[in-house]
Write a protein that binds this ligand. Structure first.
Ligand code: ADP
Ligand code: NA
Length: 324
């Protein structure tokens, strides 16, 4: 069976971009593949986190995984820091990667630009991500399109290591959705929706209240021609709303365009509020039940045990090749 690995950082509330771009795919893949879904808490400290909140956010992501439909009987859910092999392999991979290739990562350039003190972890983070993936002999990595470059680097590192030291790692393939791989910020639809943007109206978090959802959508940036048509180039705001509408309702974009051919943006936005609020309220009901249950921590312990077994085997293989 093909192996799948992916992760989400526990940095504040997961937004609908994370959900549509990545997590929704996880739910489909668990049916036919051997899936490992990780809460990548070690990644989140590449930028300052509040120690009082980190573990809470970590449990939130794990509970959200389950609330959206990841079934711990079908997939392994675990916390990255519960599997020490991630940190250990990342060092071995860092010593087999180059300043030049890490410096070329656009996410590093974006996140470090304008800072006078750039944390080393922010620079090294793609090597940790490579370790995450390679430890599980992963075939497929479902992610949003912002992660494409990091995945290419993971492949380069794996191929290089295999060439230098002999066959060690499976070289993974990236899986990016055709629609929804990059949900844009609602206030500025030329930038991706992100957890870290300052304006809370720029995103819809999975745990937002109906009032917050309504405010973000109704205030979202569109254009002035009042024509509901999918055209990313010229109408990024409306196209983004149509994408969100489609992925939450199951209707295709042409079906939605047709439905609103005689309506204006106000109507589309109002209906989208209904669609999103309905879906998220279902997810939220499940989330709060799971988050408060004792079972969550047991599931994460079992997940970690399973992950540790596989990860330790791969780590041992890599260490042996290096001469340890
Ligand atoms: P963020 O980038 O929001 O901090 P993560 O780094 O934890 O979130 O990414 C988790 C997953 O969500 C990754 O697969 C990433 O590619 C995906 N993702 C992040 N932002 C978006 C977006 N705006 N649209 C689609 N997918 C996204
Ligand atoms: Na990201």
């Amino acid at each position: 069976m093909k192996r799948v690995f992916s992760g989400v950082q526990p940095t504040g509330n997961i937004h609908i971009g994370n959900y549509i771009g990545a997590i929704k795919q996880f739910v489909e893949l668990q049916e036919t593949m051997d899936c490992f879904f990780c809460v990548v808490d070690l990644h989140s400290i590449t930028l300052p986190q509040n120690p009082e909140e980190l573990y809470k956010h970590t449990l939130d992501v794990a509970a959200l995984y389950m609330a959206v439909g990841i079934d711990p009987k079908k997939a392994t859910i675990f916390i990255q820091s519960h599997v020490p092999a991630h940190t250990e392999l990342s060092w071995l991979l860092l010593c087999n990667s180059y300043m030049g290739e890490l410096s070329r990562m656009t996410q590093f350039k974006d996140k470090s630009s304008g800072k006078d003190a750039v944390p080393t972890g922010l620079f090294a983070y793609p090597a940790l991500m490579a370790a995450d993936i390679l430890l599980y002999d992963t075939h497929i990595v479902p992610v949003g399109s912002d992660q494409k470059q990091h995945l290419e680097l993971t492949r380069d590192i794996a191929i290089r290591f295999n060439n230098r030291f002999g066959e060690t790692f499976v070289v993974p393939d990236v899986k990016i959705k055709e629609v929804g791989a990059k949900i844009m910020a609602l206030d500025e639809p030329t930038k991706k929706m992100s957890k870290s943007a300052e304006n809370p109206l720029s995103r819809i978090s999975l745990l937002d209240t109906p009032a917050q959802i309504k405010k973000s959508i109704m205030k979202s940036t569109t254009d002035s021609d009042n024509e509901i048509r999918y055209d990313v180039e010229n109408k990024p705001g409306i196209s983004n709303l149509l994408t969100i509408y489609s992925l939450f309702s199951g209707l295709t974009i042409p079906e939605i365009e047709n439905k609103y051919k005689d309506s204006g943006y106000g109507t589309l936005k109002k209906d989208l509020v209904e669609v999103v609020t309905g879906s998220l309220s279902e997810i939220q009901d499940k989330f709060y039940k799971i988050r408060e249950s004792e079972e969550l921590k047991i599931i994460l312990q079992e997940g970690a045990a399973k992950a540790n077994t596989i990860a330790n085997e791969t780590l041992a293989r890599a260490k042996k090749k290096l001469g340890f």
